[in-house]
Design a protein. Structure first.
Ligand code: ADP
Ligand code: TZD
Length: 594
């Protein structure tokens, strides 16, 4: 079939497909029943559910599926590696509440996409990984098919749900199940297996048409129980030092006004987790980010809104939390999240919008936090901000993370609509605290896994969905994981500015090989690499900058032009710390003998 469909004209190609299936059917059935097939039904079912974009990488058996998607008016964004297509789909899902779609070939393509699927599930992003798969009867008997793999079972541990569609008449139902599983309750990654033979299966066109439908209320509201709200209000009433903690579940929920009201009407200070930054502007007077350690240790009641007490929050206990258990209120859509690390005094199960709306109805009965608590926070904030400003105002040569990020901070302040993608170790940790965000769902980073490699995938997904510029703030190591997607960025002419914080290595560039051998140390890269020149190879724009002024200038020019750009920002190679702020997670050797 692939050979028969080589034409590039969509209409012509469509006709060829129909003719192909018709010819086939003429041999089977005497009457001239119009036929449709698996290819068409998959696209029809996605379109029936308002899915307008597929991120993927073509090959047997899904090339024609991608062609048909384009011919039918969908956008197909082709990548150079499936992991990045999957990451683009995942971030698109997070931004829109519609599952992002990633399309891959069998076995290796599927496995490349699986990393992104697992990452989406871990971060609670809705996405669907659709992979073609090889012939079932050969795969199941392990007879050595082309790209043979039991993909459905491989996907299961990493996906929220996994399905295979075997019959053309089940395609609409299969797609509906995948959509519902991805977006309802706690969102996550769903795997949908499409065997090659399904795509070529034909059924009467009318029967196919009748099978199509639109999923109704795919992510139903979940209203919290009244007694759960009462418990939460009671905890707040008895709190002396309350704190609200906003996570990316709150950002995902798109209940921005309700959350603003909750914060402002309660008067309670809040902390945003990294991807919740901008849900309220980071310069909001109640934002306690600049006094983070202080409020976590001192608060006596903490309301978690779409945030998990995982490693990013020191599991809710220990030194970070002042070595004593707090009273936690936890708003979450997933009941099993409650008590995962510490006992939760007031679980509130439901979607963020509904839960916060219910709490707001009674918030007037909660006394405002004491002036003592607010003043203590403000004092800490002022001190820390002054200290940070002093560090930021220095102009070391070569640049360090701080002086480079000062330049980016100012550009983002002047352009609050830009999306930010951020990964690396030091580059991530410093950017998170230095670069303020002003609008919701504009910061996308290494997330729950602390993963490297999301950079270009998230940047492409964010640019395609928002049609607004993206600044990707990338450690040089982090950038390398998805660097080849620069070609994708140029091919689709996306307004993505990638700033590579180039300090010649992982964390920094100064380690030496203790043997004196010619191999460099494990953390070290080629010195003084020019990532900007890579971009020029694909027709994009490259800048090499060594001062904050040059960086500002390059950013402003790139934003004005909207052209795909890489800025190679030369950073002092001694500036980074091992693993950034996670140095303590590196196990220490206890050997007594070398
Ligand atoms: P962060 O990393 O920002 O702390 P997490 O990813 O750890 O955030 O937590 C997000 C939480 O939000 C998850 O426990 C998830 O179940 C929850 N969540 C996701 N969407 C919703 C929603 N619409 N309503 C309520 N909770 C949600
Ligand atoms: N592989 C994957 C997929 N994820 C990871 N997190 C790592 C490896 C380990 N790792 C980190 O945790 S940060 C990092 C790696 C390789 C890169 C740090 O170097 P960088 O950033 O150049 O990107 P800085 O700013 O120089 O520290």
């Amino acid at each position: 079939m692939e050979a028969m469909l080589k034409t590039t004209n969509p209409t012509e190609r469509d006709n060829v497909m129909l003719t192909a299936t018709k010819e086939h059917s003429a041999n089977v059935a005497a009457e001239e029943t119009p036929l449709t097939d698996g290819f068409h039904l998959v696209i029809d079912a996605l379109k029936a559910n308002d899915i307008d974009t597929i991120f993927g990488l073509v090959g047997i058996p899904i090339t024609d599926l991608a062609r048909l998607a384009q011919a039918e008016g969908m956008r197909f964004i082709g990548f150079r590696h499936e992991q990045h297509a999957g990451n683009a789909a995942a971030i698109a899902g997070y931004m829109t509440q519609k599952p992002g779609i990633c399309l891959t070939v069998s076995a290796p393509g599927f496995l490349n996409g699986l990393t992104a699927l697992a990452n989406a599930t871990t971060n609670c992003f809705p996405m669907i990984l659709i992979s073609g798969s090889s012939e079932r009867e050969i795969v199941d008997l392990q007879q050595g098919d082309y790209e043979e793999m039991d993909q459905l079972n491989a996907a299961k541990p990493y996906a929220k749900a996994s399905y295979r569609i075997n019959k053309a008449e089940d395609i609409a139902i299969g797609v509906a199940r995948a959509i519902r599983a991805a977006v309802s309750g706690r969102p996550g990654g769903v795997y949908l297996d499409l065997p090659a033979q399904l795509l070529g299966q034909s059924i009467p066109a009318q029967k196919g048409q009748e099978s199509l439908f639109r999923v109704i209320d795919a992510a139903p509201k979940q209203i919290p129980a009244p007694d759960a709200i009462k418990r939460a209000i009671d905890v707040l009433k008895n709190a002396k030092r309350p704190l609200i903690l906003l996570g990316k579940g709150a950002a995902y929920a798109q209940a921005d006004q309700e959350i603003k009201d909750l914060v402002e009407k309660s008067g309670i200070p809040y902390l945003p987790m990294s991807m919740a930054k901008g849900l309220l502007p980071d310069n909001h007077p109640q934002c306690a980010s600049a006094a983070r350690s202080f409020v976590l240790a001192e608060a006596d009641a903490v309301m978690l809104v779409g945030a998990r007490l995982n490693w990013l929050l020191a599991h809710g206990k220990g030194k970070t939390w002042g070595n004593h258990l707090k009273k936690f209120i936890q708003i979450d859509i997933a009941p099993t999240e409650i008590d995962s690390n510490v006992p939760i005094a007031a679980p509130v199960i439901g979607d963020v919008g509904s839960c916060v709306t219910e709490i707001l109805k009674q918030i007037a009965s909660v006394p405002k936090p004491s002036a003592e608590w607010i003043n203590a926070i403000n004092e800490k904030k002022e001190k820390n901000i002054a200290k940070m400003e002093e560090t930021l105002s220095k102009n070391p040569s070569p640049m360090n993370f701080h002086s480079a990020l000062r330049a980016i901070r100012e550009v983002v302040k002047a352009n609050p609509d830009v999306n930010i993608v951020n990964e690396g170790a030091n580059t991530l940790d410093y950017a998170r605290s230095i670069v303020n965000m002003y609008k919701p769902r504009k910061r996308f980073d290494s997330g729950t896994w602390g993963i490297m490699g999301i950079g270009m995938g998230y940047a492409i997904g964010a640019a395609v969905v928002s049609k607004l510029p993206v600044i990707a703030i990338e450690g040089d190591s982090a950038f390398g994981f998805s660097g080849m997607e620069l070609e994708t960025i140029c091919r689709y002419n996306l307004p993505i500015i990638t700033v590579v914080f180039n300090n010649n290595g992982v964390y920094r560039g100064t380690d030496v090989n203790p043997t004196g051998g010619s191999d460099v140390a494990p953390t070290v890269f080629v010195k003084n690499a020019r990532y900007d020149i890579m971009m020029e190879a694909f027709g994009g724009v490259g800048y090499n900058v060594t001062t904050p002024e040059e960086l500002t200038d390059a950013l402003n020019k790139s934003l004005a032009s909207g052209k795909p750009t890489v800025i190679n920002a030369v950073i002092d190679e001694t500036a980074g710390t091992e693993s950034g702020r996670l140095t303590n997670l590196n196990p220490a050797s206890t050997a007594t003998k070398k």
